[in-house]
Ligand binder design. Sequence first.
Ligand SMILES: CNc1ncnc2c1ncn2[C@@H]1O[C@H](/C=C/CNC(=O)c2cc(-c3ccc(F)cc3)cc(O)c2O)[C@H](F)[C@H]1O
Ligand SMILES: [Mg+2]
Length: 214
Amino acid sequence: TQSTRPQRLLAAVHKKATRGNPRSVVKAIDEFCNQNEWAMNVGNEKGEILDSVVSETNPGCVLELGTYCGYSTVRIASLLPPHAQLITLEFNPDNAAVARQVIAWAGVAEKVRLVEGESGEWIPKMKEQFGVKTFDLVFLDHWKNRYLLDTKLMEECGLLKKGSVLLADNVVCPGAPDYLEYIRNSPQYKSQFFKSHLEYTKAEDGLEKSVFLG
Ligand SMILES: CNc1ncnc2c1ncn2[C@@H]1O[C@H](/C=C/CNC(=O)c2cc(-c3ccc(F)cc3)cc(O)c2O)[C@H](F)[C@H]1O
Ligand SMILES: [Mg+2]
């Protein structure tokens, strides 16, 4: 049977990356996407912006919406302080299966809890199921038409506190216009746009960083 792109990406990780070395896993995926097949990982250019936001936030509790193959999961987890936790939601079981193996190969599994489920169902369960109080950082990279709905849901569930940071991928391409309109006009957020490029291409894209003011 024909392999899928995530499965071919995983094979490249097993072949090219050193087990236990998260940076080599990130490098192997970027090489695969530059040389073999484009895939919707945040990529290295936007990834460096992600890294700087994670480092400056120094988060104890992180939520990622949309694991896909685990590329950004590994980037974030490799920068977390000891005992910090990253919860990542992925509702496609095939993607989740690949991501678990990418995360394990990188050696960051003990910092990551991959939940195979839908954000709308699981965001309201974060406190009771995982003992989460609030998230210090949220990385939004799932369906673009769900960024706004899920942000409002996190607000309603009391999962954001003063200083919580939302970082949204693809606010230019494919775009998340309703999310941008809301977050840039809301008095409850201070937003900043980081201009960049769509992963592995010259097309314009960028990340929106928004700090919840409480
Ligand atoms: C809705 N709630 C969800 N809960 C859990 N997992 C989810 C949920 N929704 C999706 N997932 C899961 O999150 C992932 C979805 C990522 C979607 N990402 C993109 O579409 C996306 C698209 C482009 C792109 C740009 C230009 C172009 F020409 C073609 C593509 C670039 C990007 O960086 C992206 O992130 C995964 F696949 C899905 O199962
Ligand atoms: Mg993306």
